[in-house]
Write a protein that binds this ligand. Structure first.
Ligand code: SF4
Ligand code: SF4
Length: 258
């Protein structure tokens, strides 16, 4: 997988060009396979990271771009990049982006059906990779959370304006936690405007300098190794068991990685 920072494209490994996608028959779905970070019984939804154009996609997917906008500072070190060595990952994320952009009603119907059929899935992480692109998408996630009030939905976002609009209107239900991504002073003011709301949190990337939003609460999944000073993942911790970001009363959570 090559990221061309100069030309703003991603070139996947060989093999992706043979993958096809029929938007009319495709069944959009959360990933239920869990992963090392989120754990089991957590549904995840992902779209392509960054603002890159993905090379090598065919048919309607040709020219698919990443879904992030406010990502100038984070895309080159984005936690999602490593997963793009597997062509099927970026292909399935491109399908999800296409669905949200062109067939959002079908996406909503399919995801609703999937959750109905999987009652044990009680945590839904929206945009494990990628971002909310517009009001229609945020509205769809809010509607889905309203349909399943006993389940917990959560999202990290730098699209403060979109999230703010829905929070201002009281459209984000209590079982849907919005985490404002904060780094240095970025996102601090935006978070503070909504910090009084119980379902709003700040998730702060602590890179070791100039943390404007101090907290004693750190993500337990990443620990600093004394010798190197670098963050290392503790594989025994999953979001599904930790739940600090999901439904705890802790308003500000910091992390040594992002
Ligand atoms: S860190 Fe988040 S906003 Fe930045 S490129 Fe990755 S997914 Fe997008
Ligand atoms: S604080 Fe807990 S829920 Fe949040 S990212 Fe870390 S492990 Fe996951």
């Amino acid at each position: 997988m090559l990221f061309h920072e100069d030309t703003k494209t991603i070139t996947p490994n060989a093999g992706i060009a043979n993958l096809t996608f029929d938007p009319d028959t495709y069944k959009y779905h959360f990933s239920l396979s869990g992963n090392i970070k989120v754990g089991r019984n957590v549904a995840t939804w992902s779209t392509p990271m960054g603002d890159y154009t993905i090379e090598g996609l065919n048919g309607v997917l040709k020219g698919t771009k990443g879904t992030c906008k406010n990502c100038k500072a984070c895309k080159s070190s984005c936690y999602v990049r490593a997963s793009y060595r597997y062509p099927n990952v970026i292909h399935s994320q491109a399908i999800n982006a296409w669905g949200l952009r062109h067939a959002i009603k079908k996406v909503e119907a399919d995801l609703t059906e999937q959750l109905e059929n999987h009652p044990k899935v009680n945590i839904i992480r929206i945009n494990q990779s990628g971002e909310i692109e517009n009001d229609r998408q945020m509205a769809m996630w809010c509607r889905l959370a309203i349909k399943f009030p006993e389940r917990k939905f959560y999202i990290y976002t730098k699209m403060y304006d979109i999230a703010g609009k829905f929070l201002d209107n009281g459209d984000v239900p209590p079982n849907f936690t919005v985490l404002f991504s904060v780094w240095h002073d970025v996102g601090v003011k935006e978070y503070e405007k909504y910090s009084h709301l119980p379902n709003v949190k700040a998730f702060v990337y602590d890179d070791g300098e100039n943390m404007e939003l101090p907290t004693k609460c750190y993500c337990p999944a990443y620990k600093i190794i004394e010798k190197s000073g670098k963050a290392k993942m503790d594989r025994s911790v999953t979001c599904g068991t930790c739940r600090l970001c999901i439904d705890s009363k802790v308003p500000v959570i910091a992390c040594h990685d992002h």
